[in-house]
Design a binder for this molecule. Sequence first.
Ligand SMILES: [Ca+2]
Length: 185
Amino acid sequence: MVEIKKIAKCVLTFCIVTFILSSCSFPGIRLYESSFQGEPLNIGEEKNVHFFTKDPNFDTGINLQSGARYTMDISILSYWIDQVYDENENGEPIDEKGFANSVMRYEWLASTKRSPDHNWFELMLYQSRCSRDSLRGVSDLEVDDSGSYNFVAACDGELTLFVNDSRGFYGNNVGYANISLSRAN
Ligand SMILES: [Ca+2]
């Protein structure tokens, strides 16, 4: 009887710990960071990565330095399509800015997006080392005269990218882009 009570207590403790840990994680963000955090860029150095919209967490291999400023350029190299949706609310091909909730047949699906406040298919950035502070969509970034995005890294750690979609629905995504990142200071 004592043994059963002990086992029950262990199971309960495990469940509570699991629940606490899972509620700490940000929606759509992995709970544990990987040990490899990418290679840092020198000031003025540029690196290109190939990004596929099917990838729910694309680790760029680039380590951002806290407080440093980065410039990001995006070239869409093939049509970006989410299932059957290939145009935004203005009838233009989908790009990194994604598309509005009104484009979806069922608008209520918007609540299932990993980041409900950003567009569907919007390109999102984060660093697993500081996921809450670093999570941003391209609509949150500064755009300069040449159309490049600028941002300041929230912490030291690898940059990860994904398009804003519902978890488990990345298999029907089409499209890729060349993304170049350079460090400005
Ligand atoms: Ca999808």
